[in-house]
Design a protein around this ligand. Structure first.
Ligand code: ATP
Length: 536
């Protein structure tokens, strides 16, 4: 699929706009237009319904070790700064960046790649921000230009192997930066904390410093005790939250995939340590299934277990749900969601202070005088089980998803081009979004075939009746074929047309977006017929 076509459809039809566009835009920030807003809402609502309100706490779902409860939370974006010290974000949530003295551009160290090349005894590492064929083509061109050669002299350059990461290059003196003309203009990598800093209240100095949350999860951990004490939940149970998170990404790119402001859908599932390995497997499989059931069913979606050496120091298992986004080089996947076994790391950190692993155990980070470097809350965040009479710190399984990446993946998967016969039987190009009916922004469109003979009045009545149940759209402008095409392009599953026969037989046609089949139903049965097709 050609990503440019999807990006242009998103803008043209009002799914996504560059933020602050009339002022030239702001890199890494995106606005959702009317249809994008509906789509993203539907994704968040499907998640909330499937994970929380629709969850039956008296019955164990397929694959779950036992029945359990799920509750929601809505915590603040700005929280006590100590939270980020204990969570590790203050010290560890950074990327390494390199700056280019020549172009004044900044890159993520691990995202710059390049190839070694030599010509007449001179050697250079030609860097690019692209991978795969695009990266190879770009380095080839830049290499020729750098050595002052023409395309026909390409064989005179001796390339050494494939694209490799800049992280594998020790000395930058021979590096030609992605946007530079001279060698050695990149600075050594420096740490860059990804949290946005702000100041609370009248205190302008460091005393008032606070951060916009880089994840919603910590709001859940610090409210664990409140929820246990107020909600009559018992372990195992989960707390879910949907909300904005902020990361000052060094190189935001790939449409909404890597943004600086984005929305997360996170669950922290609290369980007994002896059962946490089983719960981890359960959540990993259940979350993967969720995407497949909503239409990411092909081989572009994978579940990837992390290798032992990729795991965080507290984790005994992490898996990513990844999607082969069309903007990535072939064979590469981008993360949609991470499911992590986090042990008791988070609750213990908020009790005792920031933890690190020493040997086989987690210990509190101490300063030179032996005092905890980042003090925890000092509150007891353990859990007492009334039935077994046991006190323990629950283990946590964290399925952490991004609403914007999910939206983008569903859009990419849905984008379909095919050929259909027009009124004269000639093939016509058709673009449609094959979105799952639960996710489609508009569920049905109602058209009068022509704007006369009482058809608009009947169609408007149907529209008003349907509107009580679904998000429907009324359109009487232009040829009906054009109106169908417009709805196909935004993924509307059904179109209802009022025609001459409606006035005599009291029936309308319903047209299916994917199969293009049309059938007649009674006007009074429209709601029932659509409910059947939309599954609700
Ligand atoms: P990446 O490695 O791609 O930066 P991550 O591993 O840092 O992602 P997590 O911290 O696990 O991501 O965040 C959980 C989810 O939040 C991700 O799976 C993704 O869907 C979403 N997410 C994280 N960062 C961004 C971002 N910059 N823009 C959009 N969504 C994001």
């Amino acid at each position: 699929m050609d990503m440019d076509k999807l990006v242009s459809l998103c803008k043209r039809r009002g799914f996504l706009f560059q933020s602050s566009e009339i002022y030239g835009g702001l890199n890494g920030f995106w606005d959702y237009g009317p249809l994008g807003t509906e789509l993203k809402r539907n994704i968040k609502e499907a998640w909330w319904r499937d994970m929380i309100t629709g969850h039956d706490d008296l019955d164990a779902p397929a694959g779950a070790p036992s029945a359990f409860q799920m509750v929601g939370l809505d915590s603040t974006i700005i929280m006590h700064p100590q939270i980020w010290k204990c969570s590790g974000h203050y010290d560890l949530f950074h990327d390494f960046m390199v700056d280019c003295r020549e172009s004044k551009k900044r890159y993520r160290h691990d995202q710059v790649r390049g190839r070694w090349v030599s010509y007449q005894g001179k050697r250079a590492f030609v860097a690019t921000q692209f991978g795969g064929d695009e990266g190879l083509a770009e380095t080839e061109q830049k290499g020729l230009k750098f050595f002052g050669l023409r395309a026909k002299d390409a064989e005179r350059l001796a390339w050494e192997g494939d694209l490799i990461s800049l992280t594998k290059v020790a000395d930058f003196a021979e590096v030609l930066g992605p946007d530079a003309k001279a060698l050695g203009t990149l600075t050594p990598p420096r740490e860059f904390n990804l949290m946005f800093k702000t100041y609370v209240g009248a205190l302008s100095g460091e005393e008032g410093a606070a951060f916009l949350r880089p994840e919603t999860a910590q709001g859940i951990f610090v409210n664990f005790k409140n929820v246990v004490d107020s909600s009559r939940v018992s372990v195992p149970f989960g707390i879910a939250q949907v909300g904005k998170s902020f990361r000052n990404e060094i190189t935001p790119r790939n449409f909404t995939f890597r943004s600086r402001e984005f929305e997360q859908m996170e669950i922290e599932f609290f369980c007994h340590p002896s059962q946490s390995a089983d719960w981890y497997k359960y959540w990993r499989d259940r979350r993967y299934r969720w995407y497949t059931e909503l239409g990411l069913a092909g081989d572009r979606l994978i579940l990837r277990d992390h290798h032992q050496d990729e795991l965080s120091h507290y984790s005994c298992g992490t898996a990513d749900i990844e999607y082969a986004f069309p903007f990535l080089p072939p064979g590469e996947f981008g993360e949609l969601e991470g499911i992590a076994h986090r042990g008791d790391f988070d609750l213990r950190s908020h009790m005792e202070g920031k933890l690190v692993r020493e040997g086989d155990t987690l210990v509190v980070v101490k300063d030179a005088e032996g005092k905890p470097r980042h003090r925890g809350s000092g509150k007891d965040l353990s859990y007492y089980d009334d039935i077994t009479r046991e006190r323990f710190i629950p283990h946590v399984i964290e399925p952490s998803a991004g609403a914007d990446r999910a939206t983008l993946a569903f859009l990419c998967e849905a984008y379909t081009e095919d050929k259909v016969p027009d009124e004269n039987g000639n093939p016509r190009e058709r673009v449609f979004l094959k979105l799952h009916p639960r996710l489609a922004p508009v569920k049905a469109a109602v058209f009068p075939l022509v704007k006369k003979d009482g058809m608009p009045e009947v169609a408007q009545k149907i529209y008003r009746d349907l509107k009580k149940h679904f998000n429907v759209y009324y359109d009487e402008k232009g040829a009906v074929g054009r109106r169908y095409a417009r709805q196909d392009e935004i993924g509307t599953p059904y179109c209802i047309t009022v025609d001459g026969e409606t006035l005599t037989s009291g029936t309308v046609t319903i047209r299916d977006r994917d199969t293009l089949k049309q059938w007649r139903v009674k006007v009074d049965d429209c709601v029932a017929e659509l409910s059947k097709g939309l599954g609700g």
